[in-house]
Design a protein around this ligand. Structure first.
Ligand code: ADP
Length: 221
């Protein structure tokens, strides 16, 4: 699969946040999206996820514009925003049950993505009682219900402990190995290790960064 994000423009009032952003990703690739606070990273991701619309631009998956095909987009794209989009009053299991059918849920808990993320360990716990890392793993588990080929993640490891970061990193590496495409908004060194290429958003434009990742972090963080 080839993802081509073309000429994305977005204004809030008079403020031009995205001024024609172009990015590209191939199967098995993780691309990092970096930039200073307020540069438009979350705006870009939420536009791709369909949470808000672009003023202009295309989101092509193998040549098909997903902006014009909302149902195809919901099958093709998984999204984990910065906050956790979970229902706090329900257990982990009941949150998953909103996304998975019963048999699929059983299978994924036994040997699939949910097992890999360690979600089987806290299934019966109410979300309001879970740690930040557990919530993040559960959010990823929910977003992966239909095995979407494209995964949008907004700082998935921020404020998590090392063991939890490692677990998420291992899962995302296996997702990449299976041909998945990750678009990752990041500030974090462990997240950056997952990235095959990085773009920096500046003045509303996404520029591919060609240098060393250490230098990249010094420039951005
Ligand atoms: P980043 O993720 O890079 O920190 P954002 O995409 O969150 O940046 O925000 C980019 C700019 O757009 C910021 O100046 C922010 O204040 C503004 N912005 C974001 N969302 C909205 C909104 N819904 N309405 C008005 N301005 C917004």
């Amino acid at each position: 699969m080839l993802v081509e994000i073309k000429n994305i423009k977005k204004k809030y009032g008079k403020k031009q946040v995205l001024a024609g952003a172009f990015l590209e990703a191939n199967s098995g690739e993780c691309i990092g999206v970096l930039g200073l606070n307020g540069s438009g990273k979350t705006t870009l991701l939420s536009i791709l996820a369909g949470v808000q619309t672009a003023d202009e631009g295309e989101f092509l998956c193998d040549g098909k514009d997903l902006f014009k095909m909302p149902q195809a987009r919901s099958r093709a794209v998984g999204y984990v925003p910065q906050g956790t989009p979970l229902i706090e009053e329900l257990t982990a299991y009941d949150n998953l049950f909103l996304w998975y059918d019963k048999n699929k849920l059983k299978e994924e808990l036994k040997s699939g993505v949910l097992k890999m993320l360690g979600i089987d360990e806290f299934l019966k716990v109410r979300v309001s009682k879970l740690s930040g890392g557990m919530k993040k793993r559960l959010s990823i588990g929910c977003a992966m219900a239909n095995h979407p080929p494209v995964f949008l993640l907004d700082e998935p490891m921020s404020a998590l402990d090392i063991a939890c970061k490692q677990n998420i990193k291992e899962y995302l590496n296996s997702y990449k190995k299976a041909g998945g495409i990750i678009i990752l908004v990041t500030h974090d060194i462990m997240e950056l290790e997952l990235c095959d290429r990085c773009y920096i958003i500046k003045n509303g434009i996404a520029e591919e960064f060609q240098g060393d990742k250490g230098e990249l972090l010094r420039r951005i963080v």
